[in-house]
Design a protein around this ligand. Structure first.
Ligand SMILES: [Zn+2]
Ligand SMILES: [Zn+2]
Length: 244
């Protein structure tokens, strides 16, 4: 087996700081994942076809084709297709929570590995420009990084460099601080929450893919998609790491 310098260094580190599983906190001994133990790896739900062609949610034995699910029919998506890597339960949820809420940047390497081994994920990314859903500057100050940008960079690594990232959008309305408004008003405000970044240049011959951490209602992706469509993007898809 070919052992790289990097691997040797990691093995060293593992002796000094034993790796713990992001989900069960048990010891991680395998080499495939850094922060997912063998048992939790088995219970990670990686999405395979058939799945919803818009949100990526898998169908369980009801169909053999990728068609749109009922939720997405109601959403009236402003992007063409969508794909997701894992379902947000068990270890999948723990990976996303570590990244979003616990500054768990150490899980990014495992996320690259999961993306790379999700059926069809890398092919889907090939040749595309990945556009991360932006954070509002207030949220950015609080979290100090945009998890969607980091996930877009993971996707580039998973694709072996066959995609690239462009931050074409900015978040101009801080929708998260609007808890004083009712749900309908917040939904309406979300529609106007995004704008084109000041230096954004669109190439209408290019395929773009919006990147978000998770697919929940799809309304954030839709709001971003409508900004890009108005700016002249003709081929627009979406990708998320998890579906919850
Ligand atoms: Zn575990
Ligand atoms: Zn769907």
């Amino acid at each position: 087996m070919h052992v790289t310098l990097r691997q040797l260094w990691r093995d060293r580190l593992d002796v000094v700081f034993p790796r713990s599983c992001v989900h069960c906190h048990g010891l991680v001994e395998g080499r495939r994942f850094r922060h997912l133990c063998g048992n939790c790896e088995k219970s990670l739900f990686v999405v395979k076809a058939p799945h919803c062609s818009t949100c990526g949610h898998p169908y369980f034995g009801e169909t053999e084709i990728n068609r749109r699910c009922l939720h997405c029919e109601e959403l009236e998506p402003e992007f063409s297709e969508g794909k997701t890597a894992v379902l947000l339960k068990g270890p999948g949820r723990s990976l996303v929570h570590a990244l979003k809420y616990h500054h768990g940047l150490h899980v990014l390497e495992d996320i690259v590995e999961i993306m790379a081994s999700t059926p069809g994920y890398v092919d889907y990314l090939r040749g595309a420009v990945l556009v991360p859903v932006p954070l509002h500057p207030r949220k950015m100050r609080e979290r100090r990084y945009n998890q969607s940008l980091l996930l877009a960079e993971c996707a580039v690594r998973a694709s072996g460099g066959n995609a690239r990232v462009q931050e074409l959008l900015q978040r101009v309305v801080d929708t998260e601080s609007q808890t004083r408004y009712d749900r309908r008003t917040r939904q309406k405000n979300l529609k106007n929450a995004f704008a084109l970044a000041p230096d954004a240049a669109i190439n209408s011959g290019q395929r773009y893919i919006l990147v978000d951490d998770v697919f929940t209602t799809g309304s954030t992706l839709n709001a971003c998609a409508s900004v890009l469509s108005r700016a002249g993007v003709l081929t627009l898809d979406a990708v998320t790491f998890g579906h919850g």
